[in-house]
Each structure stands twice: as structure tokens, then as C-alpha cells.
Design a protein around this ligand. Structure first.
Ligand code: NCD
Ligand code: ZN
Length: 336
């Protein structure tokens, strides 16, 4: 049995730099015709010049796959109309990180009240705002506490398209109904796991990420958006690789899911008897919401078991050692 996905998209992934970029990008480029590649590199992708350089590096690392990287600029108060307007046609959007809430977010925004002039420019230029919506509060409540910020932004800038990245809570799921200009992405790991999978038994550092994996009730809220086929919810993996050493010794936050994404999603959709809705979740809605135009590529999945390797280079994937029911059929690998 095969499943064909047309122009699948991962609307939130971390591809990193240098060796890590070379190691992880093929998994994303193999399975997706395009992806939103996050700008929290070192230094961050915070100018049009750095944007052009990073897009070129990703494309080179993605070859021979035809793959469009959509890189949102790292939000900072110094972004100006003068810089953004001339590049508008090739830019994708801007990603806002509150300062210090996650990996490489130190250069993020410390005071939300100061950024309205930039938001005004984004609204004028119709550049979407992607947001890591967490406060610096108690881990489990950080996303809930951020809802008032989303609310303020959505009301003050009603024409600004705002994406709540990697939503994980009942409150975020409900918030999608509140404003026409607010959208969301959801990851595979927040759909599948709860806090107990990470630390109910022996601690599994490879499921430690921001926002933290939450309660069964929260997971159910996200699952139910996916199952009902919510038109404002897109797939965004938040695959965020760190070396095994960084995960084990520094407690780096981020789940590396890219090798198992389409197989894992097919499994979830099959289990819920909604395989026919996968196309919409992994592509159609993002095409509509963002108006992107990725390469015309189909990706084929086959119902065939395979075992996830213990590591890919220096990185341990989520589901290492587990058997997946669906496999990606890769013409590049078959012809090699
Ligand atoms: C991400 C990373 O490692 O860059 N980490 C994570 O836990 N998701 C950053 C992010 O998206 O929060
Ligand atoms: Zn992320």
C-alpha cells in the first residue's frame, strides 16, 4: 500500500549550520518540498544579507532534492522598513523569540511593549509574524501565560498574520477560534507524547524540548484539532537537533524528529482513520495560509516496516530503535 503526498511542507524546522546542517538537511529535503527553516543560528539570521547567505547554504545542503527553504528573519527592534521593503518579494516572514526562552534566543525580545513599531511595518508589508509563544514563567505554564501577548498583538494589528508556533495546550487550541489573523503549527512529538513519556520512567532526554511536552488533556486538545482537520493548523515539526553529548551533558532542549516525520504522521493519521486528511495537514493549509509556491514534487510513502537507527552521525533521533510502519520511498536512494 502506498500513499502519495503532493508538495509536503514542514512549517517549522531547525537545520543549524556547518556540519550539523550537512547532516540533518537531507532528511528534511527528502521528505518535504519546502520548509520553514528557523533563524536561531549563531549569529542569528537577523538581516537581509544573512538571510540570502543562509538560504544559499540550505539549498546547497539540500541538493539533489528540489527544496525551498523559507527562512523567517530573527526579530529584533532594529528591523526597519528601509531594509525589509526592497527585499519583500523574497522574504518569508519574521520569527519572534522572547529573550532567553529557548535555544539561541538570547538576542530575542526582552520587552514586548517596545516592538510595536516593527509590528506595524510587518503588517504594512504583509510579512507574517511567527512566534515562539512562551514566557519565562513556570515551565508547564509558559505557553498559557503568553496567550495575553498573542491577544494584544492580534487585536492591535488585525491585518498582521500571526502564527503560534508549536502549540501544546488547551488554551492555545481554543485561542485559534478567537482571531481571524491567528494561525498555528503543531509538531509530531506534541501530538504523540505526554510528560510521562519523557520523565514518568527513566528520563528520556531526547524528548526534552521547548515548549515542554505537556499533560494528556493538553495533548488531546492538539490531537482533536488535527483529527477535526482544523483549517488554521499546519504541520511544523520543530525538529531541533543537538549532538548526543549536548543533550546528555548540557540538557539542550530540542527533539530531533526529521528522519521519522512523514512515517510517524502516517502512523498517527492511520490510527485515527484519517489518512485522507494528511495531505491537507502537511501541505494544502500552509499553501493557502502563506501563499508559498514550493517545487512540484510528490513524496511517496509505503506501508513497510523499518527500524529507526540509534543515531545519525552525532545526533540521536526520537524513536531510535523503534519500528515504524511507514517508510519513505526515495527515488534518489533507489537510483544511487
Ligand atoms: C529549539 C532549538 O533547539 O533551536 N529547541 C526546542 O526545544 N524546540 C528552539 C525552539 O524552537 O524552541
Ligand atoms: Zn523551533
Amino acid at each position: 500500500m502506498q500513499l502519495v503526498l503532493n508538495r509536503p511542507l514542514d512549517m517549522h524546522v531547525h537545520l543549524r549550520q556547518e556540519e550539523m546542517l550537512q547532516n540533518v538537511t537531507p532528511f528534511t529535503a527528502q521528505q518535504f518540498a519546502g520548509a520553514v527553516c528557523m533563524p536561531n543560528t549563531l549569529p542569528p539570521v537577523d538581516s537581509v544579507e544573512r538571510y540570502d547567505a543562509y538560504v544559499a547554504k540550505i539549498k546547497a545542503a539540500a541538493a539533489p532534492y528540489e527544496f525551498d527553504p523559507y527562512v523567517p528573519l530573527f526579530f529584533h527592534e532594529g528591523l526597519t522598513r528601509e531594509e525589509l521593503a526592497p527585499a519583500r518579494e523574497r522574504l518569508f516572514g519574521v520569527k519572534l523569540y522572547p529573550a532567553g526562552v529557548t535555544t539561541n534566543s538570547e538576542a530575542g525580545v526582552a520587552e514586548m511593549s517596545k516592538i510595536e513599531p516593527v509590528l506595524d511595518v510587518l503588517q504594512d508589508l504583509d510579512l507574517p509574524l511567527l512566534v515562539h509563544g512562551e514566557t519565562n514563567g513556570y515551565s508547564h505554564d509558559r505557553e498559557r501565560e503568553f496567550m495575553s501577548v498573542y491577544d494584544h498583538f492580534a487585536r492591535t494589528f488585525p491585518k498582521l498574520r500571526i502564527t503560534m508556533e508549536h502549540i501544546t495546550t488547551v488554551e492555545a487550541a481554543e485561542f485559534l477560534e478567537k482571531h481571524d489573523n491567528v494561525f498555528a503549527t503543531a509538531t509530531l512529538h506534541h501530538l504523540l507524547y505526554t510528560m510521562d513519556d519523557m520523565l514518568g520512567g527513566p528520563f528520556n532526554p531526547f524528548l526534552f524540548c521547548k515548549p515542554i511536552i505537556k499533560s494528556p488533556k493538553d495533548r488531546e486538545a492538539i490531537q482533536s484539532l488535527v483529527i477535526q482537520g482544523h483549517p488554521k493548523l499546519m504541520f511544523g515539526s520543530d525538529s531541533a537537533p543537538h549532538t548526543e553529548v549536548m543533550k546528555r551533558t548540557e540538557g539542550a532542549a530540542g527533539c530531533f524528529t526529521s528522519p521519522v516525520l512523514l512515517p510517524g504522521l502516517a502512523q498517527f493519521f492511520e490510527d485515527h482513520d484519517i489518512l485522507d486528511q494528511l495531505q491537507s495537514f502537511v501541505s494544502d493549509r500552509a499553501l493557502e495560509i502563506y501563499g508559498v509556491n514550493p517545487p512540484e514534487r510528490s513524496v511517496v510513502l509505503e506501508r513497510k516496516e523499518w527500524t529507526v537507527p540509534p543515531r545519525y552521525g552525532s545526533v540521536v533521533p526520537v524513536n531510535a530503535g523503534e519500528t515504524m510502519r511507514w517508510a519513505v520511498v526515495d527515488p534518489e536512494v533507489e537510483s544511487a
